[in-house]
Design a protein around this ligand. Structure first.
Ligand code: AMP
Length: 143
């Protein structure tokens, strides 16, 4: 299974924001959409940053409730690791493990075309493992 297959089954809806929104706006979006991260896009639809619930917790821990009035641009991660359509589940697992994050925007020709979360990766890894076990059972039973 690769990123193209994951996007086909989960759909390619992406929740985005602009860097000029406030943390209060993004906290509302995270809660309403029941997601853990939002991709911040630039005027041309490219990835300008990513803002996750961890960034929100960090900002509030540092400055208290007043952080909610700050702009996303001050708290988002600007150096975003992305993935491509043909990346495999193993590629995604290694990018997330090495980067210690749980979200990977999918980019093609400089444009955002989807987002993969750690939940999507775990779900496909479990499916792959179940298929491997079934194949192994069949192999043993036929021997
Ligand atoms: P997460 O585990 O996705 O909630 O994110 C943990 C931290 O990593 C936060 O500071 C995010 O802004 C950042 N982050 C999340 N995804 C990425 C990514 N794909 N590339 C770079 N940083 C990221």
């Amino acid at each position: 299974m690769n990123v193209a297959g994951i996007l086909k089954s989960k759909g390619s809806e992406i929740v985005t924001a602009t860097a000029n929104e406030t943390l209060r706006d993004l906290a509302g979006t995270l809660a309403k959409r029941k997601i853990g991260a939002i991709v911040v896009t630039d005027a041309s639809g490219g990835v300008a940053g990513i803002f996750s619930e961890r960034d929100l917790v960090r900002a509030i821990a540092a400055s208290g409730e007043s952080a909610l009035n700050d702009l996303v641009r001050e708290h988002m991660t600007k150096d975003v690791v992305t993935c491509a359509r043909d990346d495999t589940v193993a590629d995604l697992m290694s990018k997330m493990t090495e980067g210690r994050f749980r979200h990977l925007p999918v980019v093609e020709d400089g444009k955002l075309i989807g987002i993969i979360s750690i939940g999507d990766v775990v779900k496909r890894r479990i499916q792959e493992t179940e298929l491997e076990v079934e194949a192994m059972r069949g192999y043993i039973a036929s021997g």
